[in-house]
Design a protein around this ligand. Sequence first.
Ligand SMILES: O=c1ccn([C@@H]2O[C@H](COP(=O)(O)OP(=O)(O)O[C@H]3O[C@H](CS(=O)(=O)O)[C@@H](O)[C@H](O)[C@H]3O)[C@@H](O)[C@H]2O)c(=O)[nH]1
Length: 482
Amino acid sequence: MAHLLSTSCSFKIPSCRKPFFQSLDQGPNAFPTSFTVKTSNPLVRRVVLPGESSQRSHIVYATTTPIRQEASAQKHSALHQSSNDASKQKRVMVIGGDGYCGWATALHLSKKGYEVAIVDNLIRRLFDHQLGLDSLTPISSIQNRIRCWKYLTGKTIELYIGDICDFEFLSETFKSFEPDAVVHFGEQRSAPYSMIDRSRAVYTQHNNVIGTLNVLFAIKEFREHCHLVKLGTMGEYGTPNIDIEEGYITITHNGRTDTLPYPKQASSFYHLSKVHDSNNIAFTCKAWGIRATDLNQGVVYGVTTDETAMHEELCNRFDYDAVFGTALNRFCVQAAVGHPLTVYGKGGQTRGYLDIRDTVQCVEIAIANPAERGEFRVFNQFTEQFSVNELAALVTKAGEKLGLDVETKSVPNPRVEAEEHYYNAKHTKLIELGLKPHLLSDSLLDSLLNFAILYKDRVDSKQIMPNVSWRKIGVKPKTVTT
Ligand SMILES: O=c1ccn([C@@H]2O[C@H](COP(=O)(O)OP(=O)(O)O[C@H]3O[C@H](CS(=O)(=O)O)[C@@H](O)[C@H](O)[C@H]3O)[C@@H](O)[C@H]2O)c(=O)[nH]1
């Protein structure tokens, strides 16, 4: 294993977790062992690390106890700075910044010079506990992640722990942080999770739709110029038998022509929640002049970005289970542990895919080129299209090069979806704005497979086969067991 790593991988993993804490303890920025808790506003408690200024909050927890807020002595909208560097002028709130895409994005934006705050209720970690799942990679607490980042780069990421469905909490985060852009990843993002049972379907739509609605109200009320960069999904479009445009299609009907929102045909309660979000955002752009970019993202693969690779404490999560794991990442783990690749049905399901390094790039591009007031802009965020069978073939070939015996098995499809269909989706707008894609290559597949091999002892093979059925979903609460 160590041999494979040293010869084929492009990522660096420090050999053990201990040295980070030891070096912090010994270094000038000794790792703080306790917090000073300050009373603050009616909804949030400020927690200040020893040695840090008590005038600016760094970690804020939602609480039900009404406590008075101290006036923030240093309200500093970076917009007022004279710098010409766009990144210096932006305070970016990353909602869902503890998740797979959100964590990588928060670090990337911080590295690029943006002032970043993470808002997260940490529920993704709770889902793992509830379903008995775990990331392939061990992940640190959000607090340790942020401390490690500060230690390595000197950059502060503010942290607000709470639920954006609680509008009072969200209001306080807006008033405290004063964002110029909000990147909204804070949604339940698994289609299978939304199809487990009635309560998960309702949770998904409530959490996603109400959370986004609250963000829209918060922007209107507190930060009218703030640009909403919202993570949508390519799954909003479904698989129509015509080309998929970027958000809008020009139609001539009975002699009249109009440019209209592209038809939506989502096929899970999760994907539908994003359709509902898109409608709410489009309406508020028109009615209130909100500026918004909907990033209709495809399936993301990979794990390492330049920033998460800097230290083991910064390592991103990597889901391989049948609820949160997605196609290519799952296939790499399956190949690493000798499990047949789980192609659902005929395997002709075609989707747009992108490397997580391009997710962070796309979000940065969207922030740096904001939508106009009242504009609802839609970008299709993926770089290449693959069918499930094509992915399985690529992983088989890459596995063979590493001496793995990779087998593929067609599994009865747990979803209701077209298994053979036309698919041709446009994705030019982000490229026009400067996206330089990392296309899926042999070396990337090599490093992903090696990554999976490195952690294969952590794989719970019972989590691999799908156990959520689109047809069998019912009202009875379901405990997913394997
Ligand atoms: O082991 C597997 C896993 C998936 N699939 C198939 O691969 C396709 C993609 O499934 P997925 O689980 O990789 O991705 P999906 O459920 O579509 O959702 C993921 O990708 C979406 C983008 S998109 O697919 O809608 O473009 C994001 O919105 C979601 O947050 C993310 O979880 C589906 O046809 C599925 O049936 C298999 O054949 N075998």
